[in-house]
Ligand binder design. Structure first.
Ligand code: SF4
Length: 291
């Protein structure tokens, strides 16, 4: 189903509800070739958040936060998760350059839909805090207009958000990739501690959080690792509204091939239903609400 004249497709995922996807085009967006042509001007526009590099957007229901949402995927991510479903968002190479005012206008077009469904805007990626100036301006403008805002983040760059920024974000989807520092580093090529620090800060501020944990056979599914994730999340009791245990799937494999990166998990099968339920039980045993 196309939205606003943007070509797109509908996919139905039993796990995740309906997604309507379109490329981030049609906003007067600039070609990424302009990066080469106008590099100094673009550098400045991106530094101030006047322009951002958007990979794609989706209209989603029952995923990425409550209600019907516009999820905008921003390019750029400092992590290198072995199970990444969107490896084409890791580098600042793919996407369309968009002006902040155009993006705000587009989001606000859906205000009535958001209001009727209890939905809003979700920023994802990639890592939405990577292009912090653009993300900051977008969240403030949309939140000031009365739209519910959600940020889907690993928390690795959480220190980039000021307290004022936090006031413009209603819900965090905090991805905790692993509970052991060594496993976390093996899985993401980055450190675990910034995520814990960010979660502690959100908890101290009383911010609503949904935790996401991806169960990957042979990578994140050891009993000890899951127990450690559950222990970390249990620290944030009272502000964590739910935990989502997401079974690994291989649907991103083609994207790894396409961008010429080695996908180490191509022969890894999804976890069994029993393994997923066992992981969920570990979180439930800490008194957490689990999906
Ligand atoms: S944080 Fe997300 S976008 Fe970044 S590498 Fe990991 S899974 Fe991919």
């Amino acid at each position: 189903m196309a939205q606003d004249g943007t070509s797109g497709v509908v996919t139905l995922s039993p796990e995740q509800g309906e997604r309507v996807r379109g490329v981030a085009a049609g906003l007067g967006g600039l070609s990424t070739d302009d990066l080469e042509i106008n590099r100094p001007e673009l550098f400045e526009a991106r530094r101030t958040g006047e322009i951002g590099l958007i990979h794609s957007w989706e209209l989603v229901t029952a995923v990425d936060g409550p209600g019907t949402r516009m999820t905008i995927f921003l390019s750029g991510c400092p992590l290198r998760c072995k199970f990444c479903h969107n490896p084409d968002t890791m580098e600042m190479k793919e996407g369309t350059l968009e002006r902040i005012d155009d993006v705000v206008r587009r989001v606000l077009r859906y205000k009535q839909v958001f209001r009727a469904s209890g939905g809003g805007l979700t920023l994802s990626g990639g890592e939405p805090l990577f292009q912090i100036a653009f993300t900051r301006r977008l969240l403030k403008a949309v939140h000031d207009a009365g739209v519910h805002t959600t940020v889907d983040t690993s928390g690795f760059l959480g220190a980039r958000l000021t307290d004022e920024d936090l006031d413009n974000i209603d819900l965090f989807l905090l991805d905790v990739k692993s509970g052991d520092p060594e496993t976390y580093e093996h899985v993401t090529a980055r450190q675990l501690q910034p995520t814990i620090d960010f979660g502690d800060r959100l908890h101290a501020k009383g911010k609503a959080v949904w935790i996401r944990f991806v169960l990957v056979p042979g990578l994140t599914d050891s009993e000890e690792n899951i127990q450690n994730v559950a222990d970390i999340v249990a620290r944030w009791e009272g502000t964590v509204e739910r935990v989502e245990v997401l079974p690994f799937h291989n649907m991103g494999a083609d994207k790894w091939d396409k961008i010429g990166l080695d996908y180490e998990l191509k022969d890894v099968a999804p976890p069994s239903a029993e393994a997923v339920e066992h992981a969920r039980e570990i979180f439930r045993s800490r008194g957490l609400t689990v999906f």
